[in-house]
Design a protein. Structure first.
Length: 360
């Protein structure tokens, strides 16, 4: 696995828009304030040609223009790291214009984004053997004040903190609007992690004690937004089985979250990825809160939608992790090795999650 150099003090942050740009509110103001914040911290910024574009369908510009922007930004020396402007809908259409061979031959560069940006944060490791960061998009850095997760993302991009952890509360309903583009997360709901599979995975990383319960597993992180991943399954961009075989000795820790999928769509996605062979050599699953949190359809809820297709693997499945579209989100290095620890005590009965990432 290739790991890029981290952002240095007074380095240059590049911004690209392979999905939506920052052409409309509240994204325009949030993005501009993020640029202002980064400049105030001593960084130089470089905005790509599509950052303020809006001539595309489901993305900032045409697929050709977006692919060209990525090819240049990932291989030039004008920026040290890249952050995506935002998520969107049809970033998959740029893939035919992304030169993954050229990117794989160039010195590696960090790319960070989430949601629709899974099309790069996932394919960079699986196609180019280049690690990427599944983390917040540029506009998130425009909020005032920053949530601790935002600082964690910058610290990861700088290489100052290679650990991730669960937070205390999460946002069910945000206040960010066109009139209020810079408001911070409205974290009102307590984080309640739900581990599944303790019995099935006995002897496969579970340990316990009289006063402490702990679940541990180790493997290589891989994942992203399920909406995008299931769309890639079975296409010419699907090299997951080859990736899993290459790193079979490490094993894979899958981190998955979803945006537009309802509970039945989530279950179908898990079934499809499983039968495509994606979950071979799996060591555990980290499942983020879905945007359809709390939904139940015909007796199926978000937990059964995931657990029923995955329980046969006999590994830990941790639900309601701080990932994805219901913030805050832990920034994770897709492609890195990781030690996952979920623990609680009698004195602190709530589960806490810690992930230590290693560049190996």
């Amino acid at each position: 696995m290739r790991y890029p150099e981290f952002l240095k003090e007074n380095g240059t942050i590049g911004f690209v828009a392979p999905s939506f740009g920052a052409a409309t509110e509240p994204y325009h103001s949030a993005f501009n304030n993020a640029l202002k914040t980064f400049r105030a911290m001593g960084y130089s910024v470089k905005t790509g040609p599509n950052c303020y574009a809006s001539d595309g369908v489901g993305i900032s510009s045409t697929p050709e223009n977006c692919g060209r922007e990525i090819n240049e930004a990932m291989t030039d020396a004008d920026s040290d790291v890249l952050i995506s402007c935002g998520g969107g809908e049809l970033m998959c259409e740029i893939l035919d214009f992304v030169d993954f061979g050229r990117i794989a031959q160039a010195p590696p560069k960090w790319f960070m984004g989430y949601s629709d940006n899974t099309n790069l944060t996932f394919l960079l490791p699986t196609l180019c053997d280049t690690a990427a960061i599944y983390g917040p998009c540029a506009g998130t850095f425009g909020m005032e004040p920053w949530h601790p997760s935002v600082q964690d993302a910058l610290d990861l991009l700088r290489g100052k903190k290679l650990t991730a952890h669960s937070y205390e509360r999460w946002e069910r309903e945000g206040f960010k609007t066109e009139e209020n583009p810079l408001v911070p997360y409205n974290t009102t709901e307590p984080v309640e992690l739900k581990p599944y599979g303790a019995d099935a995975a006995a002897g496969n990383g579970f340990s316990g004690g009289r006063n402490r319960e702990e679940i541990r597993f180790r493997g290589r992180l891989l994942g992203g937004c399920t909406d995008c991943l299931v769309n890639l399954t079975g296409t010419k961009y699907d090299r997951v089985r080859e990736f899993s075989e290459k790193y079979a000795q490490d094993g894979i820790i899958w981190f998955l979250e979803s945006c537009d999928l309802n509970v039945f769509s989530i279950r179908r996605a898990m079934w499809q990825m499983k039968h495509a062979g994606w979950f071979s050599h799996v060591k555990g699953f980290l499942i983020g809160r879905p945007l359809c949190f709390g939904q139940e359809m015909m007796g199926l809820d978000q937990y059964a939608a995931v657990w029923e297709p995955l329980k046969e693997f006999g590994v830990p499945v941790i639900m309601d992790v701080d990932l994805g579209h219901l913030p805050p989100q832990m920034p994770l290095i897709c492609g890195s090795m990781a030690d996952v620890a979920l623990h609680r005590t009698k004195e602190q009965p709530e589960w806490k999650l810690e992930i230590a990432m290693e560049l190996e």
